[in-house]
Write a protein that binds this ligand. Structure first.
Ligand code: SF4
Length: 328
């Protein structure tokens, strides 16, 4: 009988799903995803997770609830580090435990550790461990691993060329009708900006306005690294480094008319990085900056009003102020 592995459609699903899917399918394992985020899924997550968790981790709980009765295993790797010398985020390290102790009636969890802080070669070991849940054939596991790496590289190349992860993974149709007047950088974690429910479809809303949208995923690792190397201290949180590096790079460009930082309530990394970014932007440039916080009580009407006001303000300044700050 076909074995089913469940992957919650949350957190780093937007970054690693093509890789994991390729690996499992090469081993003959069926991959089952949770449904797209809805209000009931979010509410389930809020109801069963600890209050201290950040909003994306609460949402992850909701996706596990949505998936747990449809699969034989749940895949929740313990992601400690995905890059040399860096950590991903403390919440990821304890994610399998948070899930185990918060949700009842779970199938077995595959919680293999991924820790590339010292060496990237640990990745092969992690895949081997996952593969051994389903087969003892080393050749098959290594073939599936190679396929997974290939899929990941192809995915990343597509994203760097300017495709949104959801366009590639979910075949989402994005209506790009850029009328050439504005280009906005949308900064935030992948799971905040590409989850249409959580982000209140911000990318589509900006596109509807004829605005070009740039996200950190469009930038290469080299560009990000080059900028963060100039910081007085190493930013050792991978997510923080990408967001900060993206903002620093975008400040050098002449095509950015505004920056929106989408942060999630309860995220320690966002609390620090959004503040650093905002100070940098306000001190060194005239680029309008808006910080939008997503929390479990966020109402779409208020969100839209802030977004529309921000766009109107940028357009008004472009027309009437030659982009000189109203504060002098
Ligand atoms: S980086 Fe922030 S939002 Fe993401 S899991 Fe960690 S605390 Fe939560």
């Amino acid at each position: 009988m076909e074995v089913r592995v469940g992957i919650p459609r949350a957190l780093v699903y937007y970054e690693y799903y093509p890789m994991w899917k390729a690996f499992f399918e090469e081993l003959g394992v069926r991959v089952v995803l949770s449904d797209k985020t809805t209000k009931p899924i979010l509410n389930d997550g809020i109801n069963c997770s600890v209050d201290e968790a950040c909003l994306p981790v609460k949402l992850f709980h909701g996706h596990v609830v949505n998936l747990k009765d449809k699969v034989d295993y749940l895949f929740i790797p313990r992601l400690k580090s995905v890059a040399k010398g860096e950590y991903i985020c403390p919440k990821f390290c304890g994610l399998p435990e948070m899930i185990k102790y918060s949700i009842k009636g779970l199938p077995p969890i595959i919680d293999t550790e991924v820790n590339l802080r010292k060496t990237r070669s640990q990745l092969a070991h992690a895949f081997k461990e996952v593969g051994q849940v389903f087969t003892n054939n080393r050749k098959e596991i290594s073939k599936a691993y190679e396929k997974a790496l290939h899929e990941h590289d192809t995915f990343i190349q597509e994203v760097r060329k300017g495709k949104y992860p959801t366009e590639i993974i979910e075949g989402q149709k994005m209506l790009r009708k850029h009328n050439g007047d504005l280009c906005i950088a949308l900064i935030g974690h992948v799971y905040n900006i590409y989850d249409r429910h959580m982000s209140m479809d911000i990318i589509a809303k900006l596109h509807q306005e004829g605005i070009k949208v740039i996200t950190p995923e469009f930038l290469s690792d080299d560009v990000i690294q080059h900028k963060t190397d100039l910081l007085p201290k190493k930013m050792f949180w991978t997510f923080g480094e990408r967001l900060m590096g993206a903002v620093l790079h975008l400040l050098d460009r002449k095509d950015i008319d505004g920056i929106i930082y989408l942060m999630s309530f309860g995220c320690g990394i966002d609390a620090l990085v959004s503040d650093l970014c905002e100070r940098k932007v306000r001190r060194e440039t005239n680029i309008p900056f808006s910080l939008l916080t997503l929390d479990e009580h966020s109402g779409e009407a208020g969100f839209n009003t802030r977004l529309e006001a921000f766009i109107d303000m940028i357009r008004w300044r472009k027309r009437n102020e030659s982009n000189i700050s109203a504060h002098g």
